[in-house]
Design a protein around this ligand. Structure first.
Ligand SMILES: [Zn+2]
Length: 338
């Protein structure tokens, strides 16, 4: 499905949908197993880097398997940080139900025209669009944001401008908006404890009533995984994430409907693999370290689904989806007719 049935309910319903980045089979299985165990909707998102790394044909088949194996789990497939119209067109042709166009590094007017072009293209194929306004700190693949120190010092200036958001929404017709409200990409988000700008979220909700908001860079960077990595030969220092209680508040009290989580998946996977390698140096069966890594992802994502309050929401999303009779994106209608 698209993200619309999910966001319709999430906006007013006090929950958020986790958007988890998928790069290979074990990560995807870990996420979807957790969602099935917790009866939660989920967004599987694919970055440009993931398309290149795994080959989108392989990722698509893995996601098809998720849909077949877990028919009761509402799943949306989303392009994370799309940067060109050509990439978005490929994503639409590959069966994505939702795309992000990130023009946040362009001028306001260029961001508007790029986002509008993508909205026209995607909507014509039944696909929804997320765009971004404002600037985040940190680094995520080829998305380079602001330096942590500079970001924290001048945070007010980089947060999404509520009045700008209203104009942007009006001029583009986007379906959801990624906002800069104090989160940051990567594992080294902040020098100090992060504080989300709840007053800013509130003001954006007033200028853009009903528009689902998206939080990028929302990993909490769990201490347990960082410690495990460092205990077993890793070297991660100065890591800092977004406290989970702040994310919980953003989805329960405000119109934050989508919460992006990638770094925490990487940390869980790496921590477990390192642990197996250093405690069983004679081990060389990939199943013996990728298996525990997948288990760690299942457990961590289950916790996230409770934090997001999306656990137990699969049924209502499916019911709403059927009732609203939303047409599937062209890709799926063509597949069903074939
Ligand atoms: Zn992002």
């Amino acid at each position: 499905m698209t993200t619309k049935p999910m966001f319709d309910l999430a906006y007013e319903g006090g929950f958020g949908v986790g958007a988890f980045n998928v790069n290979n089979m074990e990560i995807t299985q870990g996420i979807i197993e957790a969602c099935a165990a917790e009866d939660s909707p989920c967004i599987l998102q694919i970055s440009k880097g993931a398309r290149a790394y795994a080959n989108i044909l392989f990722l698509r088949k893995i996601i098809d398997a998720c849909v077949e194996q877990y028919p009761d789990v509402p799943i949306a497939i989303h392009c994370d940080h799309g940067d060109t119209v050509d990439l978005i067109r490929d994503c639409i042709n590959d069966g994505y139900t939702s795309v992000m166009i990130d023009g946040s590094h362009h001028s306001f007017d260029e961001n508007v025209s790029l986002s509008k072009e993508v909205v026209d293209l995607a909507h014509a194929h039944g696909v929804l669009v997320e765009a971004e306004l404002g600037m985040l700190g940190g680094i995520e693949e080829d998305v380079v944001g602001l330096d942590a120190e500079e970001y924290e010092k001048n945070i007010e200036k980089f947060l999404t401008d509520p009045e700008g958001a209203r104009v942007f929404h009006d001029r583009t017709g986007i379906d959801s908006l990624a906002v800069a409200i104090g989160t940051s990409h990567g594992a080294h988000k902040f020098k100090h404890e992060a504080k989300l700008a709840f007053d800013r979220i509130e003001r954006i909700m007033k200028t853009c009533p009903g528009l689902p908001l998206v939080m990028h860079g929302s990993s909490s960077v769990p201490r347990q995984f960082v410690d495990l990595i460092n205990q077993h030969g890793g070297n991660l220092s100065g890591t800092m994430g977004v406290p989970e209680d702040q994310i919980a508040r953003a989805v329960r009290t405000y119109g934050v409907c989508k919460v992006n989580i990638d770094t925490d998946l990487r940390l869980a996977l790496t921590a477990k693999i390192r642990e197996v390698f250093s405690t069983n140096p004679e081990e060389f069966d990939p199943r013996k370290y990728l298996g525990p890594a997948r288990d760690a992802i299942v457990e961590m994502v289950r916790g996230k689904l409770h934090m997001l309050n999306s656990a137990g929401k699969a049924d209502v999303v499916i019911t709403h989806w059927k009732k609203m009779g939303e047409p599937m994106p062209d890709y799926y209608r063509a597949t069903a007719g074939a």
